[in-house]
Design a protein around this ligand. Structure first.
Ligand code: SF4
Length: 64
């Protein structure tokens, strides 16, 4: 599961053939379409009514 799905900065966009893309709107992240799945990210912020991710691992870091 990617962090982007629970992030306030993500926007779902749809391609011409119906495929769904995760667009990152966080300007602090270099990639508009970060490689998925993103498992750690410095820019993650909780979307409305989304619980924070589990604090496993050494700390937040962008995986892409
Ligand atoms: S800030 Fe990080 S977690 Fe949020 S959408 Fe962008 S890449 Fe995904």
């Amino acid at each position: 599961m990617t962090l982007c799905r629970s992030c306030a900065f993500v926007r779902l966009t749809q391609g011409r053939h119906g495929q769904t893309y995760l667009l990152c709107r966080n300007e602090a992240i270099g990639a508009k379409y970060p490689p998925q799945p993103v498992t750690r990210c410095l820019g993650w912020a909780p979307a409305a009514d989304t619980p924070p991710p589990s604090p496993a691992g050494p700390g937040p870091r962008h995986a892409g």
